[in-house]
Write a protein that binds this ligand. Structure first.
Ligand SMILES: [Zn+2]
Length: 238
């Protein structure tokens, strides 16, 4: 898949229920109607317009759901920035980010600390790169180990920064996981990896699929409710 850079955004400020907010306008040629959602990571309102949809129609939809939108925005967990002195979770455990003055750039986990050296401008990127590498090593080892239990093998494991899914698996056996999953507790990772690994055998969510998931992990229910409750918070870390 080609590497692509997100196009410039069309965003504007708006007041919703007395709160300052931001609308991000999107066009979608396949959309049938105007759609409204909250982007939990950015804490913004996203309005998608079909080819001939007008902004007035978008604003009317927003006004019609104003109290719902205001409530959702107010209840979002706070954004957390990867910066010196802040804490982010790794395997569900809080880790304080400590910037070292060393000139060589690097980041390493020394629980309960993440030590980062090099120029401070690159601190967040170094931490993210290190967590991505860790996510790759952990999740590919887990997926291989689980797949071996039913004599399957992932074709490839990739780590991405997705905002709509924690993992996926294609028909050719390529598995994808969000790097943010490395911040979740191990039982949550266990379930997400088991779920995607089970897709190596069943490309659906039928009863056989769930039976296989449950032979691979005991954490389906707990992990699903954890992701529902805490997942949006992980999306607000950047
Ligand atoms: Zn699935």
């Amino acid at each position: 898949m080609p590497f692509s850079i997100a196009p410039m955004e069309d965003a504007e400020p708006v007041i919703v229920g007395g709160l300052q907010a931001t609308i991000v306008w999107r066009k979608n040629n396949r959309a049938r109607r105007v759609a409204l959602r909250i982007d939990p990571q950015a804490g913004r309102i996203v309005i998608t317009l079909p080819p001939r949809g007008s902004r007035q129609a978008g604003l009317a939809l927003l006004r019609g759901h104003e109290s719902w939108v205001a409530e959702r925005l107010a209840s979002l967990p706070p954004a957390l920035v990867i910066a010196d002195g802040n804490e982010i979770p790794v395997f569900g455990q809080p880790h304080r980010i400590v910037h070292d003055r060393g000139t060589r750039g690097g980041a390493a986990i020394e629980t309960p600390v993440i030590r980062v050296s090099g120029h401070p401008d690159f601190l967040a990127r170094r931490v993210r790169d290190m967590l991505r590498d860790l996510a790759f090593r952990e999740f590919s080892a887990m997926a291989r180990h689980m797949a071996a239990q039913f004599r399957a093998r992932p074709a490839a494991v990739r780590i991405k920064d997705t905002h709509t899914r924690w993992g996926s698996c294609t028909a050719d056996g390529t598995m994808m996981f969000s790097w943010r999953l490395i911040m979740a507790p191990r039982f949550v990772q266990d379930y997400v990896v088991a779920h995607e690994t089970a897709h190596l055998r069943h490309m659906n969510h039928g009863p056989d699929f769930w039976t296989l998931v449950e032979t691979l992990t005991p954490y389906r229910a707990e992990a699903t409710s954890w992701l529902h409750r805490e997942g949006p918070g992980l999306l607000r870390i950047s």
